[in-house]
Structure formats: C-alpha cells, structure tokens
Design a protein around this ligand. Structure first.
Ligand code: R5P
Length: 268
C-alpha cells in the first residue's frame, strides 16, 4: 500500500486496528442539529477522547483550532437538505481532494444511497472520488446512507451496500449495526465503522450496540448524536472508548459512565 495512504489510515485506526471517530458532519444536510448548534462548544471537550473527527470543511475551518492534532475525516459529498427529504440522496461531490489535502485530512467521506433513485449517481460519485483521491494517497470512507428510510437497516441490505462500496474502492465503510451484523462484516473486505443513528432510549442500549458491533466484526464507531446529544457527552465518549479499546463490557461501560458523571471533567 502507498505509504501516505497507509499512514493516514494508521492515524485513524489505532494500533489495535480500532477507532473511535466522532461524527459532527450532520449540519451539512440537517442545519443546526440539536446540541450541535454551536459546533465549537460541542466538539472541543470531546476531542481529547476521539481518534478522529468527521466533519465538513466549513466547520473544520471555523470551529476547530488548527493546532489540535486530531485526524480529520472530511465529508465531501452533499447537495440537498432535510427540506427536500425525498431528494436527500441527490448528492454530488462538493469539496475537492486538493482542498482535503490543504486541510491535512486523513480521509474523505461520501455517502452512497444504494437502492434509491440516486443509486447510480452516488455510486458514480464514489468511483470518481476514489479516482480523485488515489493520486494523493487519500483514503476514502463510503457511508451507506439510508436517509429517512431507517427501516432499510437489515443485514441483507447493509451487506449488499457495504460490499458494493468496497468493490468500488472505498478503503473503509461506515454503516449501521443490525441483527446478523456478522453477515455484513463477513462479506465486506475493508474495515467497517458503525454510526449510532438517532439517539437511543438508554445509555445501555448504546453500549450494547457498540459492544455487539465489535464482537461481530466492526472496527469501531463513527458516532454522533448518541454522544453529543447525551446530557453527559464526555463521560459517554469515554465509556464508548473503553468498549472499543479496552474490551469493556456494556455493564462495565455503564459503571464507568456513572462514575465519570460524578467526576469533574479534566482536559488532557
Ligand atoms: C450522516 O450521514 C452523517 O454522516 C453522520 O455522521 C452519521 O449519521 C453518524 O452520526 P450518528 O451517530 O449521529 O448517526
């Protein structure tokens, strides 16, 4: 593998080949999402506990200090908003790889909408982005997006979408956890990270999601709302981190969360 590409991936995936990515790119189609209204305030306390951050160039340039050595996964696709919900998959590449290089990104991220009316367009976007990124040694993250159709998230669909993403050259894929997730992971030849989706009912549900995904073959998380929509975002990301990197069980993560809730946050 090209040295630069390998080095960028190694900054995202730690020595245990796992990663805790913090997803804060939601504004690109949702606008000022709840608890992400002021991205700088949401992001800053979480950065010490994330292995990488996923966001757009606008939030990166305006809301993250350049002297913070956090690996950046730059969202480069978009083009519609939740105001046009039936058109959400109508995405194109909105940011060049040259600008990603200028921003010292470690990867570029783009959504594919498999099975939608825009399937062909978004897969063509992925193929083009891979061609644009390879000369720079820039890894590509494909996101198997479902828009509002959350019920699509089953193993049959996700295995197909993840495999297609890998076939088109994505270096890693972001998807959802589902029942029989091992079928999704087992048929995708590149690492998978999982999104959290809308905020779950309980902290334990989040920890079980993360734990089971790892047990069944995920290489980590790229999680947003279930971290920063929590009333205790820093304890939450630290507990998730303990599952990903320290083999905590969901119960141990819950105990850690409870302990950290009562401990004043210390910035490292
Ligand atoms: C959605 O397309 C965005 O890329 C988010 O980054 C992704 O959904 C992960 O965030 P969450 O854990 O909030 O679902």
């Amino acid at each position: 593998m090209d040295w630069g590409l390998h080095n960028r991936l190694a900054r995202i995936f730690q020595r245990d080949h796992r990663t805790v990515m913090l997803a804060v790119d939601h504004g690109y189609f949702m606008g000022p999402t709840t608890r992400l209204e002021d991205p700088r305030a949401t992001i800053a306390p979480l950065l010490p506990y994330a292995d990488a951050i996923m966001l757009t160039r606008g939030v990166l340039r305006n809301c993250v200090d350049p002297d913070v050595p956090i690996p950046v996964v730059l969202r480069v696709s978009g083009g519609t908003t939740i105001l046009r919900k039936d058109e959400l998959p109508n995405e194109t590449i909105m940011t060049t790889v040259e600008d990603a290089v200028r921003l010292n990104a470690c990867a570029v991220a783009l959504s594919i909408f498999v099975g939608s009316d825009y399937e062909h367009q978004t897969l063509a976007n992925l193929a083009r982005l891979v061609d644009m990124a390879i000369p720079y040694g820039m890894p590509v993250l494909a996101v198997t997006a479902v828009g509002k159709e959350l019920e699509k998230r089953d193993a049959r669909y996700l295995a197909l979408a993840c495999r297609v993403a890998a076939e088109f050259g994505a270096h890693f894929v972001k998807t959802y956890f589902c029942e029989n997730f091992e079928r999704v992971a087992g048929s995708c030849p590149v690492p998978l990270v999982i999104a959290g989706g809308p905020k779950l009912d309980s902290d334990m549900a989040v920890f079980e999601l993360v734990y089971r995904a790892l047990q069944e073959g995920a290489a980590g998380v790229d999680m947003g709302r279930n971290i920063w929509q929590s009333d205790y975002p820093v304890p939450m990301i630290r507990a998730i981190r303990a599952i990903v990197h320290e083999q905590y069980t969901p119960q141990q993560a819950l105990e850690l969360l409870r302990e950290l809730r009562t401990t004043p946050t210390v910035q490292v």
